[in-house]
Write a protein that binds this ligand. Sequence first.
Ligand SMILES: [Mg+2]
Length: 343
Amino acid sequence: VSGASTLTIADVGEFPLIARLKRRFEQPGSGIVRGIGDDTAVLRPRPGRLLLATTDALVEGVHFRRETTTPALIGRRALAVNLSDVAAMGGEPRWVLVSLSMPRETPLSFAEELADGMAKAAEEHGAIIVGGNLATALAGITVDVTLLGEVEPGRAVYRTGARPGDRVLVTGTLGDAAAGLEVMFGTLDVPAEIGSALVARQRAPTPRVVAGRAIATTGGATAMIDLSDGLASDLGHILEESRAGATIEASRLPISSSVRVAARLAGRDALDWATRGGEDYELLFTAPPAAVGRLADAVVAVGVAVTEIGEITSERDGVLVLPDATRVRLGGTLWRHFAANER
Ligand SMILES: [Mg+2]
């Protein structure tokens, strides 16, 4: 924690702290009839839009450790995981509610830097913080964010629409965040410049809001999800909801040079990070072959890489085709949240 101040939030008190945070969050914005300061925010969605609502919390000791990140990055990340969900619907982020619980001895500077990180991340994606709540925690910080967004009724992209013959596409690269987590925890030893690139992807994921919007407005995508838990797990959700299967070509998976080099130097399998590693927050979507070209063009036009990695099948199972043509099950949908708390 930076700053010379040793003031804690208990020294400042709840209402002065709310006043401080309110000043950081308060900014004019469209659709806000009443912002922070009344019993609720009063919001006006644009005529004819559907309201998207999502919530996700970061819990100290589970999703972050104060020793391995900064308050601003925690705030940014709390926003990013929610922005990513709105992106995966093809929507536009609009309004944010934040519920913060912190122990009394939390430094004031920590709360303020966290708030700054959140406010900046929201602003970068066209969203505004319109309300929140402060609570005292006995131990550990929890940052609970609710994000509201909007989408035109015909443009929302659900998990349910993938059909056999559709192609499977993914933005960006896969596995960087999982490798970065290992660097942070000291289980992956790589040269500093590679390590810091991977750690940056883990600590400061870029929600693909603009790409998701480009996909939705271009039209033709049949299903979409953001990769929070990893390719195998999240593609599994689309397959489940769409009652379909998929064949994914391992040789086509977009894997960054950082991940490839890290795998080679450490004697690890880059495919393992790319298929099972979570927290990349890229978008996975499906589309019939005739729509793939214009969708890919639309994503590239907003500065995001996109790769076709496989095809939807009628087999009700995810299959990974390895470079030697071996076919393995892309299942393993068990996820780490419910295993040991490893972060
Ligand atoms: Mg999601």
